[in-house]
Design a protein around this ligand. Structure first.
Ligand code: CUA
Length: 165
């Protein structure tokens, strides 16, 4: 009887850790970290902001030692934004102050955060997980642009970065 109870409790612990704890907090989507640049969603040509047919935006970013690609992200105000980040090397993190954007980036997983920017402006998006000697210098800029201006300046492009003004 006691052995049965102990076995049951152990099974519950293993189940809970596998299903609730042993995964990144924001997402459980996996990806082959060794082939990110070769094909698929996180190829270089697909990185940055992509406006969807419904007007929302998806931002795809690679976090690597010691930079974010792209290094500058443009997003429109008043628009649902999905930020998807993955890493080809080690554990990283990203956050944007004053928003709900804050996640670890684990190699082999895609971290996904849904947010919305109300005010235009520019913010820093630093890496917040120590990822070795270049960690302090790892950050991206996030440029939030008024929705009409975004549509005028970037609207016809599938992807956008801060390079084009
Ligand atoms: Cu990347 Cu710290």
């Amino acid at each position: 009887m006691v052995a049965g109870v102990v076995a049951f409790v152990l099974a519950v612990i293993v189940f809970a850790s596998v299903h609730w704890a042993a995964q990144p907090p924001s997402n459980v989507e996996t990806i082959d970290a060794s082939r990110l640049h070769l094909s698929g969603e996180f190829m270089e040509a697909n990185l940055g902001t992509a406006v969807q047919p419904d007007g929302s935006a998806i931002v795809r970013v690679i976090a690597q030692q010691y930079s974010f690609v792209p290094a500058c992200i443009v997003v429109p105000t008043g628009t649902p934004v999905v930020i998807r980040v993955t890493s080809p090397d080690v554990l990283h993190g990203f956050l944007i102050a004053g928003t709900n954007v804050n996640s670890m980036v684990v190699p082999g997983f895609v971290a996904e955060v849904r947010t919305r920017f109300d005010k235009p402006g520019e913010q820093l998006m630093p890496c917040h997980e120590y990822c070795s000697v270049g960690h302090e210098g790892m950050w991206a800029r996030v440029k939030v642009v008024d929705r009409p201006e975004f549509a005028r300046t970037y609207g016809s492009q599938q992807r956008s970065s801060c390079v084009r003004q």
